[in-house]
Write a protein that binds this ligand. Structure first.
Ligand SMILES: [Zn+2]
Length: 271
């Protein structure tokens, strides 16, 4: 995304809110194919939908002559903010502009122009902040993630044109799919190694229970905590992989009893 403005105040505000590059309006190469946001107290609040002829608009805002009016004429996505947002539609056959109330616009175009020929008001600052909120939020999220992870893939994926919240979302989606894919590969690795084990080492009940935990029940946390016999499905409780030490938490009373007996027996044997 590329941003252009004719106002130093807007430029300053935008760069304060997020890590974006804001260009001078004069740097705009083509006047069409851009989304235009004009911030101007052109109307008083509560005005119904209205139509203004091109020449009378120019009389009210002489400094719009040339570039700004051209931008408003040549583009379909034009919005005006004067305390509330409205969509601006130019009708070339009548050479007039229609101003139609609209909901808060979303700033998502490849090229965006923010225009203010007057000093911007407090309400206008808030409106710009709202426009930029998805970008600010997305950037804060990518920064947090990059700070938390030294993973090469995370770093490389999150290095891109960050002034585009849609791209940020798509990168996050890519990252999440990748993590899920890796998770599945690890799961398969453990599972297939386990099912190939000799029946004496890991019994068929445990193998089936593992399959249920890993692929059927759909509870990730339970799958992660799965251990042979943990859920009482190992009838003989004598799989080699059946490990007392793997019961990190919530020791079942019966098991603790069993451990105590076993310790007692083994200390007897050593005497
Ligand atoms: Zn078993």
């Amino acid at each position: 995304m590329t941003y252009y403005t004719d106002s130093n105040q807007i430029k300053e505000l935008m760069t304060q809110i997020a890590d974006v590059e804001v260009n001078d309006l004069n740097a705009l190469e083509s006047l069409s194919g851009v989304t235009v946001y004009v911030l101007d107290n052109l109307f008083t609040l509560g005005l119904p939908e209205t139509t203004v002829r091109s020449d009378s608009l120019l009389m009210r805002r002489p400094d719009w002559g040339g570039m700004i009016l051209e931008l408003m004429k040549k583009n379909e996505e034009v919005y005006l903010y004067w305390g509330e947002w409205c969509r601006v539609l130019y009708r070339s056959n009548l050479d007039d502009f229609r101003f139609i109330h609209c909901s808060n616009p979303i700033m998502a175009a490849d090229r965006t122009c923010l225009i203010a020929t007057q000093a911007i008001t407090y309400a206008m600052r808030n409106a710009i902040q709202d426009l930029m909120e998805p970008i600010r939020f997305g950037q804060a999220m990518t920064d947090r993630l990059k700070g938390q992870s030294n993973d090469y893939k995370v770093k490389s994926l999150l290095t891109f044109n960050r002034g585009d919240y849609k791209e940020i979302c798509l990168k996050m989606e890519e990252l999440m799919s990748d993590v899920m894919h890796q998770r599945d590969m690890w799961k398969d690795r453990f599972f297939f190694k386990a099912v190939e084990e000799d029946g004496n080492k890991l019994c068929s009940s445990c193998k089936e229970d593992m399959r249920q935990a890993f692929y059927v029940r759909g509870d990730e946390e339970a799958a992660l905590k799965w251990r042979p016999g943990k859920w009482g499905n190992c009838p003989a409780r004598n799989c080699k992989h059946y490990s007392w030490e793997s019961f990190e938490e919530e020791y079942h009373e019966d098991y603790i009893q069993d451990i105590k007996i076993e310790e007692f027996v083994s200390s007897d044997e050593s005497d």
